[in-house]
Write a protein that binds this ligand. Structure first.
Ligand code: ZN
Length: 193
């Protein structure tokens, strides 16, 4: 993102940017809720030239400067990112591992338990990779709401390659596919009645 242009442009779409600028020196202790659009998770978003930006991340850049690395996340000390908090004093740059540890402490880590399929975002996979050796696969699985087998596969690089989820499977007609002739239990074909 071209930072200077972002902050100086904004003709007719500057309401969000104006709000961030007006509150970059905010000293209130309470959370500062984003007054405009939010994403599906409750985080503030602002549109600029057809792109959506995360409001808390933009506030973190304004208040604390650019992130130390592209992987750094604008973390909430209050744990209220999902409530749209953009209080600059509640934001700081943290690594995915540090941020995830905070989420667990705040109880805001998403578990998504009970869902049949959980799609992991690139961001989440980066977090899962960062947690390798830090937390057990069981713990990481609990945080992301996926099986520990999937965590193991991701951390071993089996099911996530080059930023793309790799779906291991059988090509149509492959005789090794155990589901070709109905479900099989321990090598024996059983009728699917
Ligand atoms: Zn807050």
């Amino acid at each position: 993102m071209s930072g200077r242009r972002f902050w100086s442009g904004a003709r007719g779409q500057g309401a969000g940017i104006a709000f961030l600028r007006a509150h970059v020196g905010h000293t209130g202790e309470d959370c500062l809720p984003w007054p405009m659009s939010t994403d599906g998770r409750g985080y503030g978003v602002l549109g600029f030239e057809g792109e959506n930006y995360k409001a808390h991340r933009m506030m973190c850049i304004l208040a604390h400067g650019e992130p130390p690395s592209p992987l750094h996340q604008a973390a909430h000390s209050c744990g209220n990112g999902h409530l749209g908090c953009v209080n600059p004093l509640h934001l700081s740059w943290k690594t995915p591992t540090q941020n995830m540890a905070d989420s667990v402490a705040h109880g805001t880590a998403r578990t998504d338990r009970g869902r049949k399929r959980v799609k992991l975002t690139v961001e989440q996979v980066q977090q899962i990779l960062a947690l390798k050796g830090v937390k057990s696969q069981q713990e990481v699985a609990e945080i992301f709401g996926v099986s520990w087998r999937q965590i193991g596969k991701i951390q071993r690089g089996v099911s996530w390659r080059g930023g793309q989820l790799h779906k291991p499977g059988f090509k149509p007609g492959d005789p090794r596919n155990p589901f070709t002739n109905g479900p099989r239990i321990k090598g024996r074909t059983v009728s699917a009645t």
